[in-house]
Design a protein around this ligand. Structure first.
Ligand code: PXP
Length: 252
């Protein structure tokens, strides 16, 4: 039997549109409520150091008003650690962050930053927050995540989604498949995300050891044309279709 595949809807870019004009519209918390009604299992929000989309008040409201798990994406800084420990969201996904980047470029270098990650992973875990590390699909990074004691990794699917050349895309997908198998072998829960769309989600959703996908930009963009409920419902269908085609007993 294949494991259930959860969908976390990232609402950051509702806040991006809101912040383009200031004010309160469109409201990312309203989008979170709608996403849950449309089939999201959880809500993901990235509180960036520069507050370019989600702001502190959004996190206060998401914690107070949303009855599904919140996955707080954050850099492993002292400021963010304090915010996470105050709110105690269901999960915290540690991501690398550069002020000048347009989006999260590449995964966290868990190997290279091992010593700096010990405290945040330890303190978040001690507070009962499920820690996930957003990493490139590299076995050495997974091994380092395991040594750190993080229970979850989220594999960065950006290189796979961005690849235009089919051979390159296949190679990137193969890296994700291998990393997901490695995660299972060393006892890590495996999530994936970044850049996923209707065109790219199927092969990732079909990997039986991946149990959660976090998707944002495409869903919010598509919502302009078909509405958020429809864009999420169609994504869920694509995920479920791919998942149910996964052969029984394939490591699930
Ligand atoms: N997962 C993580 C850790 C991310 O940083 C992001 C982007 O904020 C996503 C998933 C969602 O990526 P996208 O918005 O491209 O779907």
């Amino acid at each position: 039997m294949s494991r259930q595949l959860r969908l976390g809807v990232n609402i950051d870019h509702v806040a991006t549109v809101r912040n383009a004009r200031g004010g309160a519209h469109p409201d990312p918390v309203r989008a979170a409520r709608l996403a849950i009604e449309a089939g999201a299992d959880g809500i993901t929000a990235h509180l960036r150091e520069d507050r370019r989309h989600i702001v502190d008040r959004d996190i206060d409201r998401l914690m107070a008003e949303i009855d599904r798990p919140l996955n707080l994406e954050m850099a492993a800084t002292g400021e963010m650690l304090g915010i996470a420990l105050r709110h105690k969201p269901h999960a915290a996904c540690l991501v690398p962050e550069k002020r000048t980047e347009v989006t999260t470029e590449g995964g966290l270098d868990v190997l290279g930053q091992y010593d700096q990650l010990v405290r945040p992973v330890g303190e978040l875990s001690a507070a009962g927050i499920r820690v996930s590390l957003f990493i490139d699909p590299e076995p050495a990074q997974l091994d380092a995540a395991r040594r750190l004691g993080a229970p979850v990794v989220e594999l960065h699917t950006g290189a796979y989604c961005d690849a235009v050349d089919p051979a390159e895309r296949d190679a990137e997908l193969a890296r994700i498949v291998r990393a997901a198998a490695h995660a299972e072998a060393i006892g890590l829960e495996c999530h994936a995300g970044h850049g996923l769309s209707y065109d790219t989600v199927g092969p990732v959703a079909a990997i039986p050891t991946i149990v959660e996908l976090n998707i944002g930009h495409f869903l919010i963009g598509e919502a302009i044309f078909v509405g958020l409920t429809n864009s999420i419902a169609r994504m869920r269908k694509a995920m479920e279709r791919a998942r149910s085609a996964t052969p029984a007993g394939s490591g699930a």
